[in-house]
Design a protein around this ligand. Structure first.
Ligand SMILES: [Zn+2]
Length: 340
């Protein structure tokens, strides 16, 4: 009897165990099926809000958000630095709705449509005023470097300013910018002072504004710019100007205006500095003053166009220039009647 009971109890337990395992397996399998179905057929949908207002639904939250992020740090559009949006969307997962119409594009347009774009570019300034605009720093630096190289008179006033603005300006090309901004340095002019150019007492007995026949033709001894005319009277001298001043940089070659004999070459402390006088015969002389270097000596004959000296600032001179005199019989005549 005891044996039979034992077997029955064991049998009952075995049946119960088997049933329980079956049940557990069934539950697990159905759970897996349900989850699988959800994963397979259900995409999580997000309700999207802008400023607390529902604007739509998306099933591709991360795609949508990365598109918006891309817009904010926009790089496709030229010179666009970044864009600002008024409000960022907020997302709320809604598991229960999987039949709602999603409208990612519409949401994107809504978010970015209210945005503000900021452009980055560079302004070239002169005396702190914006003169023109270029697309990038490289161009801006190229312009400034070029102006520096050309020794533009305004180089100390030129600056570069980085700009962030909602509006893009019209750009100017590098070449055009350079030519627009370049300013030539003013020719050195006389500065009012106690300076007094000598009267040409040694050689000249006066000046005349009339034109006499010299009997020879003259050429320009230097190329430069006229800085003071014959017979001009101004604060820098106490007598009428006996020659013509031609501004040129130090070392510019001075050529004989005509062939002749050098009758003076030196510096006698009379205000002319280093100077040369050439006699061309017939009482005609030319005088070249304020030279830095003299290349001829007295008694030497020179031909027209021959190098005789170099432009300088010796004697009573302000700024490097050639003081040229043309005389006949001791009277100075206006060189502009014959040259320049
Ligand atoms: Zn002079």
């Amino acid at each position: 009897m005891r044996g039979v009971f034992k077997i029955r109890v064991i049998g009952n337990i075995a049946v119960w165990l088997r049933t329980s395992i079956k049940l557990v397996v069934l539950i697990v399998v159905s759970m897996v099926l349900v989850v699988g179905a959800i994963v397979l057929f259900y995409q999580p949908t997000y309700e999207v809000s802008l400023n607390g207002e529902v604007v739509g639904y998306t099933s591709h939250k991360s795609d949508l958000q990365s598109r918006i992020n891309e817009y904010i740090s926009s790089k496709e559009e030229k010179n666009l630095a970044f864009a600002q949006v008024d409000a960022m969307p907020t997302y709320r997962i809604c598991l229960l709705k999987n039949d709602v119409v999603t409208n990612d594009d519409e949401i994107y347009d809504m978010v970015t449509g209210n945005g503000t774009k900021y452009y980055k570019y560079y302004a070239i300034t002169e005396e702190k005023k914006e003169k023109l605009y270029v697309a990038n720093l490289k161009e801006a630096e190229k312009i400034v470097d070029s102006l520096k190289e050309k020794d533009s008179a305004n180089i100390d006033e030129i600056g570069i300013v980085e700009k962030y603005d909602t509006k893009l300006k019209e750009f100017t090309s590098v070449e055009e910018s350079i030519s627009k901004l370049y300013e030539e340095r003013p020719i050195v002019t006389y500065v009012a002072s106690n300076y007094s150019e000598p009267s040409a007492s040694n050689y000249s007995s006066g000046t005349s504004s009339s034109k006499v026949e010299l009997g020879i033709s003259l050429i320009n001894p230097v190329s430069g710019i006229i800085t003071s005319r014959f017979a001009s009277r101004d604060s820098v001298r106490d007598h009428a100007h006996t020659g013509l001043d031609i501004g040129a940089s130090e070392g510019t070659p001075i050529k004989a205006a005509a062939g002749g004999t050098v009758t003076y070459s030196g510096n006698c402390g009379d205000g002319y500095g280093n100077y040369v006088v050439i006699s061309h015969g017939n009482g005609v002389q030319t005088l070249y003053a304020h030279c830095s270097v003299l290349h001829v000596s007295e008694g030497q004959s020179v031909s027209q166009g021959e190098l005789i000296a170099e432009v300088g600032e010796t004697g009573n001179a302000y700024g490097t220039h050639l003081h040229l005199e043309i005389r006949k019989d001791g009277i100075s005549y206006d060189p502009e009647n014959y040259v320049y």
